[in-house]
Ligand binder design. Structure first.
Ligand code: HEC
Ligand SMILES: [Cu+2]
Length: 326
């Protein structure tokens, strides 16, 4: 290689490596080595497994790369003739035993530790009935719908009681596609599969946690995000009992979380401009549209309750033209 080319190649390699490594660190905010902090006991265990495995893989990475560099330098051709043959070696019992036993020990250590952690990831801790709750999570194109034990519904914002076990039943309607429910702070990702229920749980302190659909599910997959708002139990109880009545607060969540994935008021987006559309105040008309869909618009409200549709109208009638109403 001419020296000019070599220098250029080296410079490219160094700047690329430096660029890539600093980008990862900057975007991760923790040096790029760890996933975010865990905020649920099962998430902690996932985190511990990650660190434990990283120790072995880090050790192997360093060992392999160091050996590579040493061999490259030590056994370079130097002044030897291009055709000179090296010593021919056949077998080395000691080496072969080492490179068999060491990986077996590593894998056994990793396997045992993961099996020790697993029950605490999969199984929720035992809790008195008053200290737990079960929330149904349904992924749809392109929103998350949460249903609480009393039938109350929220969209894209899961409200949960603090420091209590929250069981999550994760699914998708049979007419929808596969989504994936992921709250990074709580650990793993769980597929939301049409007609199938995946179960997990969390137990978190009060706070707000981000969630995101993690399975490419269509045009607005990236916008299919949600929040988990964890609040003290009394606040949770009053939220779900108020929310069971529906009302414009639910309607607003529905409009912003479902309709605005495709519609805007005052401009065309994926769907037509809804400004002044009389259907926004037409209870029967909108119900038909939401249950059946139309053209490119999916049946986003196919299984919505009457309360949910009333709530939507209570909020959207303000955008309907003067011709609307019923
Ligand atoms: C996935 C994208 C998508 C979502 C989500 C969506 N729409 Fe639509 N919507 C469309 C498209 C596309 C059309 C045009 C349909 C056609 O081809 O006739 C449309 C049409 C409409 C129309 C006009 C119907 C007419 O004939 O005047 C109304 C009203 C409407 N949508 C309301 C809503 C409401 C309310 C929601 C939320 C509950 C919603 N849409 C959610 C894509 C969507
Ligand atoms: Cu999705």
């Amino acid at each position: 290689m001419p020296p000019g080319v070599r220098r250029f190649a080296l410079a490219t390699l160094v700047t690329t490596a430096a660029g890539l490594s600093t980008t990862v660190a900057a975007s991760a905010g923790n040096g790029g080595f760890l996933p975010g902090e865990a905020h649920s006991p099962n998430g902690h265990r996932v985190h511990h497994a990650f660190i434990f495995v990283s120790i072995f893989t880090g050790f192997i990475l360093l060992g392999v790369e160091a050996a590579l560099v040493i061999f490259v330098v030590k056994y370079r051709r130097g002044r030897r003739a291009r055709t000179a043959e090296g010593p021919q070696i056949h077998g080395s019992t000691k080496l072969e035993i080492i490179w068999t036993v060491v990986p077996v020990v590593f894998l056994a250590a990793i396997g045992s530790f993961v099996f020790y952690l697993l029950p605490g990831i999969a199984d929720a801790p035992k809790a008195a009935a008053a200290d737990q709750t079960r929330i149904h999570i349904s992924g749809r194109q392109f929103y998350w719908q949460f249903t609480y034990p009393n039938g109350a519904v929220s969209i894209n914002n899961l409200v949960a009681p603090a420091n209590q076990v929250v069981h999550e039943d994760i699914t998708a309607p049979t007419w929808d596609v596969i989504h994936s429910w992921w709250v990074p702070d709580f650990g793993g990702k769980y597929d939301a599969i049409p007609g199938n229920v995946n179960k997990t749980w969390f137990k978190a302190h009060a706070g707000t946690y981000k969630a995101q659909c993690y399975e490419l599910c269509g045009v607005q997959h990236a916008a299919m995000s949600a929040t988990v708002t964890v609040v003290p139990r009394p606040q949770y109880d009053s939220f779900i009992s108020k929310r069971a009545q529906g009302g414009a607060a639910l309607g607003r969540e529905e409009f912003e979380g479902v309709c605005m994935k495709c519609h805007r008021i005052g401009s065309k987006y994926i769907g037509p401009d809804l400004k002044g559309n009389p259907l926004l105040a037409d209870r029967r008309g909108i119900e038909q549209l939401l249950r059946r869909g139309q053209g490119q618009m999916p049946s986003v409200g196919r299984d919505w309750s009457g309360t949910q549709i009333d709530a939507l109208i209570a909020y959207t009638k303000q955008f309907a033209g003067s011709g609307g109403g019923s």
